[in-house]
Design a protein around this ligand. Structure first.
Ligand SMILES: [Zn+2]
Length: 85
């Protein structure tokens, strides 16, 4: 049977929302595990750019407000991916 072509439902009965929720829950567990192990996923950040300047976000100096590390945004993203898997 061919389903509704406009539906988000997947063949197994799961919807995209179920998969998105599962991924968010996985990230939450990975983040909590990383914190217990003393690692930081840099999930709370503040730009250190002067007000009014607008460089490319990846290169923007950024401070993690959890661990205090200062690095370009893209580097914090890379480290977060390593921590969160
Ligand atoms: Zn951090």
């Amino acid at each position: 049977m061919i389903g509704d072509p406009f539906s988000d439902d997947l063949p197994a009965g799961y919807s995209d929302a179920d998969l998105e929720q599962a991924e968010l829950e996985r990230l939450g567990r990975a983040s909590a595990r990383a914190r217990r192990e003393g690692k930081c996923a840099h999930g709370w950040r503040e730009s250190l750019e002067p007000a009014g300047s607008a460089p490319a976000r990846d290169e923007s100096p950024t401070k993690c407000l959890h661990c205090g590390k200062v690095a370009p945004w893209a580097q914090l993203d890379t480290e977060a991916r390593e921590v969160l898997g």
